[in-house]
Design a protein around this ligand. Structure first.
Ligand SMILES: O=C(O)CCC(=O)C(=O)O
Ligand SMILES: [Fe+2]
Length: 261
């Protein structure tokens, strides 16, 4: 597995993401950041009644629900990596999601690449979103890890349906990596990599926050996942204004405050 830390040179991390489609950055968050985020996370969970038979809780627009989450959009350990991979025109692709998976639940999604549904876009794909997934608790083999096949973001075809069982669960595929790591880690992945959720067989929930980045000229995730105008309007920092859609995408590169990062 591609394990890096905030001390790993940026170029090395970017090269791993370009080649393999992912890295796991350990210590992306300090233990005190994990503690602060965990309090905010639990407050959100307490507000979300579980649907009968639910296997997970997903809360969209998490960035705007508590100032603790807002810091994740330009976190000094991970944002320079996202900026380097996407480019100077980086923006948020959504308002961020809290993703809480309950103990003893099957995989909630099977093998796919995220833009598989865009059947008119040829492969291999040059464009993608980049996801930063923060672990607020340890993710172990029995915690339903995000599972991926390294290098598949460069494939010349979509993720094949034969990789999944008729019952909707993912098959075991040789070479697959279940991304495990301690609380405070961040999985950074190209969303065109072939990936799946996996069954959570243990007694502990999986506690994640996901932040998505894209080019300025791509649309955001919609239907309630997008940033609200109120959240965008209250940003004052130039880079945060850019991230929330405040810079025209058709201007030259020097118009992007993130070009300096
Ligand atoms: O949560 C997981 O393990 C997989 C999620 C996934 O497919 C995604 O976030 O695109
Ligand atoms: Fe996915």
């Amino acid at each position: 597995m591609n394990r890096v830390t905030p001390k790993t040179p940026r170029d090395e991390i970017v090269a791993l993401i370009r080649r393999d489609g992912y890295v796991l950055m350990e210590d992306a968050l300090t233990s005190s950041q994990v503690a602060t985020l965990s309090i905010a996370y639990d407050a959100q969970l307490a507000r979300t009644p579980l649907a009968p038979g639910a296997t997970r809780v997903e809360t969209p627009r998490i960035l705007e629900r508590d100032p603790a989450f807002e810091t994740l959009m330009d976190l000094p350990t991970t944002f320079p990596i996202a900026r380097a991979v996407i480019g100077a025109d980086i923006e948020l692709a959504s308002g961020g999601e809290l993703d809480h998976k309950l103990p003893r639940t099957p995989a909630y999604i099977s093998w796919h690449n995220d833009f598989q549904w865009m059947t008119d876009i040829p492969y291999p794909r040059q464009n993608f979103w980049l996801r930063c997934t923060y672990f607020l608790s340890d993710v172990r083999e029995d915690t339903g890890p995000f599972t991926l096949l390294p290098g598949t973001h460069r494939n010349d075809r979509a993720c094949p349906p034969e990789m999944n069982e008729a019952n909707g669960q993912p098959k075991f595929i040789p070479g697959q990596i279940g991304v495990t790591g301690p609380a405070g880690s961040c999985l950074i992945n190209n969303t065109e990599i072939w990936h799946t959720n996996s069954p959570l067989t243990g007694d502990l929930p999986r506690r994640l926050i996901m932040i998505l980045y894209k080019h300025a000229w791509m649309k955001q995730w919609e239907q309630g996942y997008e940033i609200t105008p109120e959240f965008a309007d209250r940003q004052t920092d130039p880079v945060r204004r850019q991230l929330t859609g405040g810079v025209a995408w058709h201007q030259d590169r020097s118009h992007f405050p993130a070009a300096e990062i």
